[in-house]
Design a protein around this ligand. Structure first.
Ligand SMILES: Cc1cc2nc3c(=O)[nH]c(=O)nc-3n(C[C@H](O)[C@H](O)[C@H](O)COP(=O)(O)O)c2cc1C
Length: 354
């Protein structure tokens, strides 16, 4: 099969597996973060303001619909439903890796549909492994990155780091040397945010990325969708025993998202993605120092139904966030960022190290 069609097929399989199989990490670490109840909140619920600014754009809530899809026919409708809802609720939206469209321009439309909606902040998406030459393949640079941003009308480019997935994937790209300097070259000319995809970002990595010139970090930590798990199912289907075993062994690999949020705080905006499943988790993320929280799988499940289902899910998340703020006496996100929280084990063990 040509490389382009393989990318398309892989994208479709990922969505399919994530919707049908058990693909989450064993432990959701957000339950280790506890906000402190205030019996007399001294704030009226109706006054609570969850609006924020992220990368200069005003959002009605500190929520990002995390990068997921594009590059195959059925992805168009998912992206339409996500974009409609992001515009209606006033939250940020990412598209999935745009490699498929950069290699196969007739697929552009499956991503570009998000431009038809008034989404307050859009993220383009390309992979760090594609910024260096992989075996038998060329690499993407400034031109492709700029094209990817224009394709979806993005204000910010996410460069995703997914070497865990690449290494357990049957056909994965495993050359990693030179990615940091490639990110640095892009960041000189474009607003780049570095994003992990389920294994988290350590403190030292966050410092290196900041030095490389990124304008923010999406920690994409452990606790939600595990791409090692996703690749486990693909390898099993393809009868690739070694990759199947790797997928199983590294199912729970990575830095828990809440710990990674604490580790990645270097003064740049931090997005907390990975296992966020409620507005209470969003509140926990803000309290730990994140500027916003990202959700992927729950948004995909809703988007497979309709744009209305995504709107409903987002509205519920906002209600949960406001409820957590009410009960902690926080009138706005600044108050919440200044509030105290208690972190228990095992997440607290990670925080001690980092
Ligand atoms: C179907 C699907 C496809 C994804 N594809 C991408 C991608 O192309 N680029 C990327 O940066 N992250 C991708 N991700 C990772 C998510 O953005 C997110 O980091 C991860 O799923 C953890 O969030 P969750 O636990 O809320 O699902 C994908 C996630 C899902 C569910």
């Amino acid at each position: 099969m040509p490389e382009e069609s393989m990318t398309e097929q892989r994208k479709a399989e990922h969505v399919d597996i994530i919707l049908k199989e058990k693909v989450e990490a064993e432990h959701n670490f957000w339950n280790d973060v506890h906000l402190i109840h205030e019996s007399l909140p001294e704030v009226d619920y109706e006054e609570i303001d969850v609006s924020t600014k992220l990368f200069g754009r005003k959002l009605n809530a500190p929520i990002v619909i995390a990068s997921m899809t594009g590059g195959f026919e059925a992805a168009r409708e998912i992206n339409v439903n996500l974009a409609k809802a992001a515009a209606e609720v006033g939250v940020a939206l990412g598209v999935g890796s745009q490699r498929a469209a950069l290699e196969h321009p007739e697929l552009e439309d499956t991503y570009a549909v998000v431009k038809d909606y008034d989404v307050p902040l859009r993220f383009a998406n390309i992979g760090a492994p594609q910024l260096v030459e992989q075996e038998g393949k060329g690499s993407f640079g400034f031109e492709e990155a700029q094209l990817a941003m224009r394709m979806v009308g993005a204000q910010v480019l996410l460069v995703h780091m997914n070497f865990l997935q690449e290494v357990v994937q049957p056909e994965g790209d495993k050359r990693a040397k030179g990615c940091l300097s490639a990110i640095q070259r892009l960041a000189l000319r474009l607003p780049v945010v570095a994003k992990e995809t389920g294994a988290g970002i350590s403190r030292s990595m966050a410092v290196e990325l900041k030095t490389a010139g990124v304008i923010g970090i999406d920690v994409g930590g452990l606790g939600g969708t595990s791409f090692s798990a996703v690749e486990y199912y693909r390898a099993r289907k393809e009868g690739q025993a070694m990759k199947e075993r790797l997928g199983a062994a590294f199912w729970n690999w990575g830095i828990p998202t809440p710990a990674s949020v604490a580790m990645a705080r270097t003064g740049l905006p931090v997005i907390a993605t990975g296992g966020v499943r409620s507005g209470l988790d969003v509140a926990r993320a803000i309290c730990l120092g994140a500027s916003a929280a990202g959700l992927a799988k729950p948004m995909l499940e809703a988007a497979k139904q309709s744009a209305d289902a995504v709107v409903k899910e987002l509205q519920l998340i906002v209600e949960e966030l406001k409820t957590a703020m009410f009960l902690t006496g926080c009138a706005n996100l600044n108050d919440l960022a200044g509030a105290q929280c208690i972190v228990t084990r095992p997440t607290s063990d990670w925080m001690e190290v980092g």
